[in-house]
Design a protein around this ligand. Sequence first.
Ligand code: G7M
Length: 322
Amino acid sequence: MMDSQKIHGSAPVGGDELSTTNQETVDLSQVQIEKVIDDSNMTKMITFQGIYKAKPIIIRLEKTMFVESTTKQSITDSQTKMDLSFLNDIYSSYIMTPALSDESLSQIQATIIWPANEKALAKYTHIDKIFFSETYGDFKNIVGPYIENMLSSDENYNNWVYNILEGRSEVERVIYNDIDRETGFLITPDLKWSDSMEDVYLLAICHRRDIRCLRDLNSTHLPLLNNILNMGTKIIEEKFSRCKGQLRSYVHYHPSFYHFHVHFKFVDAGNYQSTDRDNLLTTVINNISLMNDYYAKSTLTYPLSKSNALYEELKRVGRLTK
Ligand code: G7M
């Protein structure tokens, strides 16, 4: 049986970026819930904002993973209630209510941030996205100049990338470095990798600095792209002892920083997730081989957050109306 004191809020949260230091547990019965700030059917999470002891609090609830043994028992347990939603040919759908004794099935993981500062509130609050179909003309007239302007107005824009490439940061984390000026790249763990072997997440960052993103790629870059695909795959599969074909390499459009890089993740059943920004490297290579300026000329559709500066720019120039 879980300690009820723990359920009711033992949540001192670390990290100054998220909150001021706190060593006090939260008494949830004293929290005033104000509103839902995020809610996702896909991630099975809901996040509330409220007030606790006159300071903002964030409470994020997440359905916990299924435990095989108890879930299996619940399916055949005669106490389990099954309400039929629909039956169609070989398919049927139910709302299943397991017996109350199946505690693990009703457990919820709660993350509490208190006191929550502006940064934490922004990070945990859902921001709407739109889908934007960016044409060749949009890129030439609006998006390309917007990127150039951003890069030239902030000389530190790609600093963290150059620190890695020049061996000033993350030196001991780099697992491969080919320093060729044209086709060279290095492989380093992504910031988001937790170091768990279950969800290996690596980045290949090229040494040349003249490729900002997918739009710039053409057939002159095929030696670089093939090098990243072939050598990157070989090195990573060997290092992590995985079978061939389990590694997924992809390029985001738009990326979050404009220096060409490729993501590498294993396609493990548990954490495989693709997003609408992903462009598989094998498809990129194929498209450029068929048509040199495929990415310069194509209309590229991607999700764009309403908090992204590009969204504001597209509105400013009248390309987006709302
Ligand atoms: O969406 P995009 O293709 O731009 O992805 C960039 C990736 O770079 C993200 O997955 C980030 O987690 C990762 N990243 C960002 N920073 C600031 C760093 C960093 O300083 N070091 C490393 N290793 N990865 C980073």
